[in-house]
Structures are given as C-alpha cells and as structure tokens.
Design a protein around this ligand. Structure first.
Ligand code: FES
Length: 149
C-alpha cells in the first residue's frame, strides 16, 4: 500500500471510530425513579444506579428522582460507591426545570449550564444550584430535603 493511501485509510478509520463513539455515548438512557419520599427526605437504593451489561455490571453516573410530591426533580450524581451529590433541578436564573445531559444540567429557557456539583459553568444564571446532603447507609442513600449542603 502506498503511503498516501495508508494515511487516507487510517484517517477514515479514526474518524469513523470517533463518530461511532459519539453516537454510542449520546445514546445513554436517563433513568427516572420515584424514590421513597418520607417526612424528611428521599430514600433511593444504590442499586438504582446499576446498569446491566454483557459481562458485568456498570453504574450510571446519575439518576433522576421524579416524584409527584416534589415541585422539581432531584438529580443524584454518583462519583463512587460512597460519594454522591443531590441537586435540585430548578434553574437559579428564572426557575425553569433543568435537563440532564451527562455531567451537565442544562436549562432550555436561556441556556444556563451547571456541572455535576451544582456550580454554574455557563450563564445567565449566576447562583449555584440548591443541593442536599446525601447520607450513605448500607445499600441506601438518604437525601435530606430539610437542609442544603
Ligand atoms: S431560566 Fe434557566 S437560564 Fe433562564
């Protein structure tokens, strides 16, 4: 094979793999659960983050608790088995509901973005998201809705 043809074929293969990778990562399904709402907060299972795959179990980086008794959903990010962040999905600009897109929460109203710790990364919002303390108890997470962390 000539050098030019080799480079052309290699670049085509690399671009194809990149495009496929982007498509696959874009197909991650967001998991919604109701959680168990008690007097002081929400309880969810660590198992709610599990994704069954061929050859083992993986973990979703986040799940969304959507419960009719709550005005807005709560997005829970998983950093490892013992570290989580629970974020109130209400934009701090003008109060619209946010949408989760991987590790970013986006506002469809005017484009504000927040990272998975709740910090503003793109305005017009200037205030970070409301977040709640998460307590890990055996296989469950308790999100205390009475307090902000
Ligand atoms: S309400 Fe979210 S950016 Fe304006």
């Amino acid at each position: 094979m000539h050098r030019r043809a080799f480079i052309k074929n290699s670049c085509t293969a690399c671009l194809s793999l990149s495009a496929l990778s982007t498509l696959v990562s874009g197909c991650v399904v967001t998991k919604y659960i109701p959680g168990t709402l008690g007097k002081d907060g929400l309880t969810v299972s660590k198992d709610d983050f599990k994704i069954k795959q061929k050859g083992g179990t993986a973990y979703s980086s986040f799940i969304i608790v959507r419960n009719d008794a709550l005005l807005f959903p709560v997005c829970i990010y998983r950093f490892n088995d013992n570290e989580y962040k629970a974020l109130w999905m209400q934009c701090t600009h003008q109060g619209n509901e946010l949408q989760a897109s991987g590790d970013v929460l986006q506002c469809p109203a005017h484009g504000s973005e927040f990272n998975n710790k709740g910090y503003v990364v793109h305005g017009p919002a200037i205030t970070n998201l409301k977040s709640f303390p998460v307590t890990v108890m055996n296989n469950e997470l308790f999100i205390d809705l009475r307090k902000q962390s």
